[in-house]
Structure formats: structure tokens, C-alpha cells
Design a protein around this ligand. Sequence first.
Ligand code: GDP
Ligand code: MN
Length: 386
Amino acid sequence: MKIHEYQAKGLFRKYEVPVPDGGVAFDVETAVETAGRLSGFPVVVKAQIHAGGRGKGGGVQLARSLKEVDQIVQKMIGTTLVTHQTGSQGRRVGKVLVEEGLAIAEELYLSIIADRSTAKIVVMASRAGGMDIETVAAKTPEKIVKVYINPLDGIRAYHCRQAAYALGLPKEAMKPFLAMLPRLYRLFVDYDCSLVEINPLVLTAGQRLVALDAKINFDDSALFRHPDLLEYRDLTEEDPLEIEASKYNLNYINLDGNIGNMVNGAGLAMATMDLIKRAGGEPANFLDVGGGASTEMVENGFRIILSDEKVKGILINIFGGILRCDVLAEGVVQAAKKTGITVPVVVRMEGTNVEEGRRILAESGLNLITAVDLKDAAAKVAELVA
Ligand code: GDP
Ligand code: MN
């Protein structure tokens, strides 16, 4: 799960990681009011969307008066912001963060991630922080120092010193940094984060260290341990079909193509998508209905695919193991009766109760195309939408 910068900064405050003074605003009046109680100008107005690259995309702006705050926020809220991370369709801005503007001496980079290959937690630090960190990572990766931490031992003073040297901190900033990093690490562990990133971590003209930006991602599989995080979820940032699918515990991810597919098992779903691509098609979604899916789950999954306007053809690929073919067929028929099918549907089905499943589909009166095997199914559906 992703959260907004203003929410991440709230968690930073809780862990005493220094952030600029400011507050979130959902409308112009609140934004101006918030700017008015800050220490002076410039004030920074930042679009709150679940994507970075805002600085380069016009989503971070400096205001020198309350009138400018008013003008900037008026334009920003309701606009669609396009950055290199949003894709061409962009993201609608519904709220802004209004903050004190700081005099920046240096922009540094600091993040914590889980590294799966070493099974360690990694602190990444670089003096070359700011809006071009992607270029730094691609062209001069040696400028990003990685400090590996065994999660069983936790973070030690020497880890913090290593990161501090990587950042080339001046004396005045050393102590605050050595105190701050363990707290950031604690936040990462306490909340089962998959990423905590500060880019830039700034050194102000007065040698103060402040987290100017804040990004936190959480491990979805651990969210049940953190009911307090649920209020941070922003459904306006999520895909409506994915929200609908999550209500039924379906593993569904919306993609760009036009071939909807319904499969049981994540591995089979990946293989099916590969075969669709090999046949010249483009998958419109990933959907694993799961092993123990009920008729109802299948029905909801199929209904979600049918309601996706970009879908021009559907491939149902089921290997009946724990999920029986008759249960699948029943779900498909129920969904088709309620929603109606306007695109060709190719079915490949094998395994437990396959005869019963085929009978249900055949007697349903639905216009379904059957395939002999998976390759044949992928070829048929790709041809039908082409
Ligand atoms: P991102 O581009 O979405 O990652 O947004 P950031 O929060 O990182 O902001 C982008 C850039 O805006 C930063 O790298 C800074 O250069 C600039 N910026 C943000 N806040 C301030 C501020 O208080 N003062 C000044 N001078 N620049 C700022
Ligand atoms: Mn940033």
C-alpha cells in the first residue's frame, strides 16, 4: 500500500524525524489559512498524489505571498498532473501539502528497503540526492552507498556512521543524523514497510537536517497487523476495478491490453499472459481466482472483467484442481446472465469435474468458444480481438 507524502510526514513526526512545518489542504481556503500560520515566505505548495517526479512535472511550487498561494492552489487542485511516474494519463490532484520553504544548502538521498536476495534490510545513502536520483542510480551507481543490516541484529551505531560518511555530513549534522537513522529504521520495522525514502533529505543553510520529501510503502501482506494504517488508504488513488476485486479477495491487477483473462493460480496466470503475448495479444488484466474459489468469487471475477471497457475478448483458462471445473462454469454462467457478454470468450478447461463443467457451459446457451489446449486458446483469443 502506498500513502501520501503528508501522511508519511505524519509518521515521521511520530518517530521524531524532522520535517518542515506545514499541513495538508483539500481546498483553497484551508491552504491559504495554513500558509498564513507558517513562519513566512516562501511557502511551498506540493500536489499530493501517489507518484513521484512532481518537482519536474509542476507539482511542487514556491509561493511568495498568500495571494500566490491562493493562485497556485486554485490551479493545482482539480488538475491532472503528469509526471514520469504517472503514465501519460496522469493523476488528478485532490489535495495539496502547504509547507514552509527552506533555504537548501544540499540535497541528499536516504532510503531503507528490504533486499530479498540477501534477506537483509538495506540503508541506501547518497550525497547526490534530489530530482535526478534515477540518473545517478543508472549512470553512477557507485555514488549510492548501501549499508546492509541483519534484521535479527537490528541497526547498530557503526551502520549509522557508515551512512553518515556516505552522506558527507558536516560536524553539526552528525549527531542529529546518528539519532535520526535508528528511529527511521524503527519506523520501517514497526510498520512492516517495504520502502521508506527521503529524497531529498536536505541540509539547510543553517546546517539543519530536514526530510523535505517522504515516501513510505507498506507490505500489503502485513497490513492486517496495522489496523491504524487503514485510515491512510486513499481509494481515489486506486484503480476502481482493483478496489472492486479486493472486496472479494481476488488477486486482480488491471493492465493496458485488451484481452481479459481469468485463471486459477498465479503461476498459471503468468504463463497464460506469456502465451497471450506470444500469440500477438496484450493482456487486459491479471486475475488469479485462487485455488478454493467459490462460484460467487468466479462470478465476481468474471463480472469485473466484463465491465472493463477496454476488454475486446476473454480467455478463461482453468486447470481444475482444488477449484472444480463445474464451480467455475457455474460462476461464469451466473455472471454472464447478469452482465451479458458482448465480446468473444474462449474457454480452456481441464481437470476435476471437467465433463460436468463442459456440460454446464454447453447447456447455458452462451456463445463460448472452446479450445483444445492452452496454446490453441491463446491463439484463438488473440486472433478474435485482432
Ligand atoms: P518529487 O519531485 O515528487 O520527488 O517532489 P519533492 O518533494 O522531492 O520536491 C522536488 C524538489 O522541489 C526538491 O528536490 C527541491 O529542489 C524542491 N523543493 C521542495 N521543497 C522545497 C523548499 O522548501 N525550498 C526549496 N528551495 N525547494 C524546495
Ligand atoms: Mn522527492
